[in-house]
Design a protein around this ligand. Structure first.
Ligand SMILES: Nc1nc2c(ncn2[C@@H]2O[C@H](COP(=O)(O)OP(=O)(O)OP(=O)(O)O)[C@@H](O)[C@H]2O)c(=O)[nH]1
Ligand SMILES: [Mg+2]
Length: 260
């Protein structure tokens, strides 16, 4: 559930990048970090093992425009894909507003994708969330490699509801921003409905309702021409409970800053 601060008029929407180990989740948010102007993003916070695998999560807060008078922030978070971090995945999923499922397109990894997707369904259920009721976008990643799972197979097995999907090569920055835009488009109207109770602004006289809705739901990200080097804030692993508190604190800090 999105976090709202009525005093500073900030709204934080939590988007989770979920998928099997090494599918490219961290690569996605690193690319977003590099693309965005520093005025529209916070620090990239990573909890990693010595081998650079995500240990608990990566977190990137970004600014993404306005809903009514509220400034919207996205908290992009990745889960650790390695099978034995199930408890971490479950904690990170708590309060998710939208999910990007990052699948690895290599043929030998088909089962790993299916298992991870099944894990997502089960972990959401633990938080009383039905996978069919949460905004979800698929990213079929690593399309630059050979021996790929056909998109049709992915869609048949993972995506019978015909939700949006993006073919990507996150390592080359292909499809990353499109994925972020797509999940924003799915998530923002749902959060808006939940928080503001369906009270939508009346369209201006000369503007058609559909045009206004399209304008509202198109999130613009301020990108930069020059790619910025990544500066990580690395955190030491504490107890799971401490980490959950830390995520909450970071959200409050980011949404608590007043507008400028
Ligand atoms: N060829 C290719 N390699 C990729 C692509 N995306 C990511 N990789 C590589 O795949 C490896 C794993 O990427 P990560 O982003 O760390 O994967 P992850 O999903 O965060 O992995 P975990 O944190 O362990 O769950 C790295 O070596 C990336 O450079 C891609 O589109 N194409
Ligand atoms: Mg990772």
């Amino acid at each position: 559930m999105a976090f709202i601060n009525y005093t500073t008029k900030n709204l934080a929407i939590k988007i989770i990048y979920y998928g099997p180990g090494l599918s490219g989740k961290t690569t996605n948010i690193r690319h977003v970090y590099k693309m965005l102007d520093s005025s529209s993003r916070g620090d990239l916070i990573c909890l990693e093992t010595d081998t650079e695998r995500t240990f608990f999560f990566d977190l990137l807060p970004i600014k993404a425009g306005q809903i009514s008078d509220f400034e919207i922030h996205f908290q992009l978070m990745t889960v650790p894909g390695q099978v034995f971090y199930e408890a971490s995945r479950r904690s990170v999923l708590k309060g998710a507003d939208g999910i990007v499922f990052v699948a690895d397109s290599q043929v030998p990894l088909l089962d790993a994708n299916l298992e991870s997707f099944d894990g997502l369904r089960k972990n959401l259920l633990q938080h009383n969330v039905d996978l069919n009721s949460i905004p979800l976008v698929f990213q079929y990643n690593k399309r630059d490699l050979d021996n790929l799972i056909p998109v049709e197979t992915f869609n048949n097995l993972l995506n019978p509801r015909k939700l949006p999907y993006i073919e990507s090569s996150a390592i080359n920055g292909v499809g990353v921003v499109e994925t972020l835009k797509e999940i924003s488009k799915q998530t923002v109207p749902v959060v808006k409905e939940n928080i503001f109770g369906g009270k939508r602004e009346e369209p201006k006289k000369e503007e058609k309702k559909e045009e206004k809705q399209a304008r509202d739901e198109e999130i613009e990200f301020v990108t930069r021409d020059r790619i910025s080097p990544i500066q990580f804030v690395k955190m030491k692993f504490k107890s799971q409970e401490d980490i959950e508190k830390e995520i909450e604190k970071l959200t409050r800090e980011f949404t608590g800053k007043s507008k400028h």
